[in-house]
Design a protein around this ligand. Structure first.
Ligand SMILES: Cc1ncc(COP(=O)(O)O)c(C=O)c1O
Length: 358
């Protein structure tokens, strides 16, 4: 149908919308970096206890924010809860980015930075990880001289799994001046690395976290931005009044107060990741060291056929063939049995060519 609706130019210019995959239930889901074992029982019990009256009320934020802040080691004024990490990222555009102002990212990275930048009609300055997935610090310091409004840096980065050392982030923050530096720590529980305490030193630092990964609450959509209260105040002005639902906050509190379940899952995931990486290396696959609950691998020319075989066996992975090269794939680290299933399919496949991917 032809329409003359007054659609914004940035939306007309946007070619794509890739709807997320559906029909994943029951499969081995190594494609979204979820906690594939599910959240803890304490979370389920806490959600079940929410009363009908409370469900019918608009949520109140002061008390849950106070409790979640305490668990995260910040003051309530330093914490903003958002509708998932994705939504936390969107708020930076609403707060800082005018159409045609620029943002800085380092690709390959989490696609939502580019996604929101396109919607905002922003210019996207792009750095690149090199072929060994090393972060280009010098290029970043040069690019910051152009004063982008926001620099988004995922640490560990998705999909490379790489971690930018703390002293390099310090150099970025010092060079960034008035640029808002967003350190996206969606996988901090797995890396054990954080620059969160620095929000008290650098007013241009914003740390983003999510409850979708280690805490296993992806369906509830809860994220957080932490920053100096004066800086966070600008983001608050760009927020709707009820951005986060009650169940998400109740679940997050339960997950954090029973932190041992998260720690146990993280420890198991790191252990399985190490074993799985070794196993892939033995099969001749190039594996990039990862600090997250996933890893990036290059299966070479046989990659695409293997990915098709995995899909046929009900194993979902995130192919990076389009943007990184034919054999590239990001694989979420699931449970030990799930990774064994992957290995069985990969070994069977490699057996056809002398037992190795080349
Ligand atoms: C680097 C990074 N940031 C943020 C997110 C957003 O997670 P969510 O919107 O589920 O909180 C993800 C999810 O994959 C991610 O990989």
């Amino acid at each position: 149908m032809k329409t003359r609706l007054p659609v914004r130019q940035a939306i007309l210019d946007r070619q794509t919308y890739d709807a997320p995959a559906e029909g994943r239930e029951g499969k081995i889901r190594l494609d979204f970096n979820e906690n594939t074992s599910g959240c803890s029982e304490a979370v389920r019990r806490a959600i079940a206890k929410i009363s009908a009256k409370n469900l019918a009320m608009y949520p109140e934020y002061a008390q849950p924010t106070k409790r979640i802040a305490r668990h995260l080691g910040v003051r309530p004024a330093e914490l903003l809860l958002t509708n998932g990490g994705d939504d936390a990222l969107r708020v930076f555009f609403d707060t800082f980015v005018e159409p045609s102002s620029s943002i800085l990212i380092c690709e390959p990275t989490f696609p939502m930075y580019r996604y929101y930048a396109e919607i905002a009609g922003a210019k996207i300055d792009t750095l690149r990880y090199d072929s060994s997935m090393k972060f280009p610090l010098v290029d970043a310091l040069v690019a910051l001289r152009k004063k982008p409004r926001v620099f988004f840096l995922a640490n560990p980065n998705n999909p490379t799994g790489t971690l930018v050392p703390a002293q390099e982030i310090r150099a970025i923050l010092q060079a960034a001046g008035d640029t808002a530096v967003v350190i996206d720590e969606a996988y901090a529980e797995f890396s054990g690395a954080t620059v969160l305490p620095w929000i008290r030193t650098f007013p241009n630092l914003f740390v983003v976290r999510t409850f979708s990964k280690a805490a296993g609450l992806a369906s509830l959509r809860l994220g957080a931005v932490m920053a100096h209260p004066d800086s966070l105040a600008f983001l608050r002005r760009a927020m709707p009044p009820f951005p986060v639902n009650l169940a998400a906050m109740v679940a997050a509190e339960a997950a954090l107060s029973e932190g041992s379940a998260i720690k146990k899952y993280v420890r198991a995931t790191v252990r399985v990741r190490t074993e799985f990486a070794k196993e892939l290396s033995r099969l001749g696959v190039t594996v990039f060291p990862s600090a997250g609950n996933f890893l990036l691998a290059d299966f070479g020319a046989q990659g695409p056929a293997l990915f098709a075989a995995l899909a046929k066996s009900g194993i979902l992975v995130r192919e990076r063939t389009k943007d990184m090269g034919a054999g590239f794939v990001r694989i979420t680290i699931g449970s030990k049995p799930e990774m064994k299933r992957f290995q069985q399919v990969a070994k069977r496949f490699a057996a056809k060519s002398g037992g190795k991917f080349s």
